[in-house]
Design a protein around this ligand. Structure first.
Ligand code: PMP
Length: 467
């Protein structure tokens, strides 16, 4: 199975967007939902009920589906179990949950180390903690930023090592940059965090590691135990399921000992609330105050099963909506296939973009060292104009700083244009996008009104199975 070529036509047949002639190359922002997921959402609606809050069969069935969704997420990440999986709205909320959980544990003189590769979601919460929140409690905690090499886009490990010390409670690092594409060596980061000697309140002597997996998990086999991440956050809307769910997968003992982020109903122990004493519920519900996004969670977990199918048996459901257990080896081989396809698209984009005059690509040159996106600028062209020209030709890209403000600043930039790929993109789409850019650079932009992408976009049926 793993040796078979990627059947792009069979993969695309699961999606409705190609019928609109869309060339979706802004996948680092959000991916498209396969038809099965929207249909599943609709099919669940007649049985909808709240969870943990009713004796009806509907409530019990929904509760089972909702709880099972946590198991599916845990199995996909090879986490020990559902007790490690807290669901939030997105990566940003999951990272904020960690920040608020640890807020009271920081001691005067502690620090948090993060990097200039981060998305604002993994910088601004730490900035706010150190500059806005803890000072109000009279505590001084600083954030430190590890730099990256401006030429290669690689994280400067020596600089990171110099910032981590015995007062570093937490190291926060992206799994993959959404601007440079860089994939920091997380094992090395883990080793540095382990060696810090920081005295955690529970007696552990090491810094915790938070990995922002927003760009990592959708295209890379991610085994939280092998990764050694204490906290891993990611969003389902970048993983085929735009239904408002994000994941915080954390070590059980940390979730057990930390304070929850939100307080209220459902996160409390049944019958253990009185005027002068409240006990919190068992994991992971301690981290699930209020009515959760129930259908979103159920459908998002099924997105992981569907992803396994798209990668391995796109012509039939093997895992989607089945009880078949998810084994780490299955996830590994499926995600390796996704990664290989993404790498092929990225390598093609890098090769072809390099031939365009005046175009600068940021980040690692080697496609094996980056995630499936390419950000660039063209001398003499505003990146927003490039994105608009691409859009006029039917190619969806993104211009701006992509919330990677620190990395743009480090390179003296305010913006870049970015193409980002997913498992349903084709080499023909990559070529077409690069050709459009080539025409824009050569000043041969298609005048408005002339037939654009729809007539030239490879129709799904015309796309073969390029191996
Ligand atoms: N981290 C990275 C690396 C990202 O690319 C993104 C989304 N662009 C986020 C965090 C934030 O994700 P969300 O908006 O889903 O919270």
């Amino acid at each position: 199975m793993s040796g078979q070529p990627w059947d792009i036509a069979a993969v695309r047949a699961h999606f409705d967007f190609p019928e609109r002639g869309r060339i979706v190359t802004n996948n680092a922002a959000s991916t498209q939902p396969p038809r099965e997921l929207t249909e599943l959402y609709r099919s669940l609606a007649p049985g909808y009920e709240n969870v943990h809050r009713g004796q009806s069969s509907a409530s019990q069935a929904m509760t089972r589906l909702f709880e099972d969704a946590h198991d599916t997420v845990a199995r996909f990440l090879n986490a020990p179990g559902r007790r490690c999986v807290a669901l939030y709205r997105n990566t940003t909320e999951a990272i904020n949950a960690v920040m608020y959980s640890l807020l009271t544990e920081f001691r005067d003189g502690d620090n948090v180390v993060t990097t200039t590769l981060e998305h604002n979601s993994n910088f601004v919460p730490w900035y706010a903690l150190c500059r806005d929140l803890l000072p109000r409690f009279g505590r001084r905690v600083e954030y430190r930023l590890a730099r990256f090499d401006p030429d290669t886009g690689e994280l400067d490990l020596a600089h990171l090592a110099s910032l981590i010390d015995a007062r570093t409670k937490l190291v926060c690092c992206t799994g993959a940059s959404n601007f440079l594409g860089t994939r920091p060596p997380l094992a090395a980061v883990r080793a540095l965090a382990d060696a810090s000697g920081y005295a955690q309140p529970n007696g552990e002597e090491r810094s915790y590691l938070l990995v922002d997996g927003a760009q990592l998990v959708p295209g890379t086999f991610t085994d939280v135990q092998a990764l050694g991440a204490d906290y891993l956050a990611f969003s389902f809307h970048k993983l085929l399921a735009p239904f408002g769910v994000g994941v915080l997968c954390a070590r059980e003992h940390l979730l057990e000992s930390s304070l929850p982020f939100l307080y209220g109903g459902d996160m409390i122990a049944e019958g253990r609330v009185s005027a002068d004493r409240v006990e919190y519920g068992p994991l992971p519900w301690k981290y699930a105050a209020g009515t959760p996004n129930i259908l979103g969670a159920v459908v998002s977990a099924q997105a992981l099963r569907l992803l396994l199918d798209l990668a391995q048996t796109p012509e039939r459901a093997t895992y989607f909506q089945t009880e078949r257990p998810i084994e780490p080896e299955t996830v590994r081989s499926a995600m390796n296939r996704v990664a290989a396809w993404n790498r092929e698209l990225t390598a093609r984009a890098l090769d072809r973009l390099a031939a365009l005059p005046g175009l600068t690509v940021y980040g690692p040159r080697d496609p094996a060292r980056r995630t499936s996106l390419v950000a660039f600028n063209v001398a003499g062209h505003d990146p927003h104009d490039l994105a608009r020209a691409l859009n006029e030709a039917g190619v969806e890209s993104r211009a701006g700083c992509h919330c990677a403000a620190l990395a743009h600043r480090a390179l003296g930039l305010t913006a870049s244009c970015r193409l980002s790929f997913a498992l349903y993109n084709t080499p023909e789409e990559v070529d077409y996008a690069v050709d459009v850019l080539g025409r824009v650079i050569a000043g041969r932009r298609r005048p408005r009104g002339e037939p654009a992408a729809r007539s030239v976009t490879p129709h799904p049926q015309q796309i073969g199975s390029p191996s």
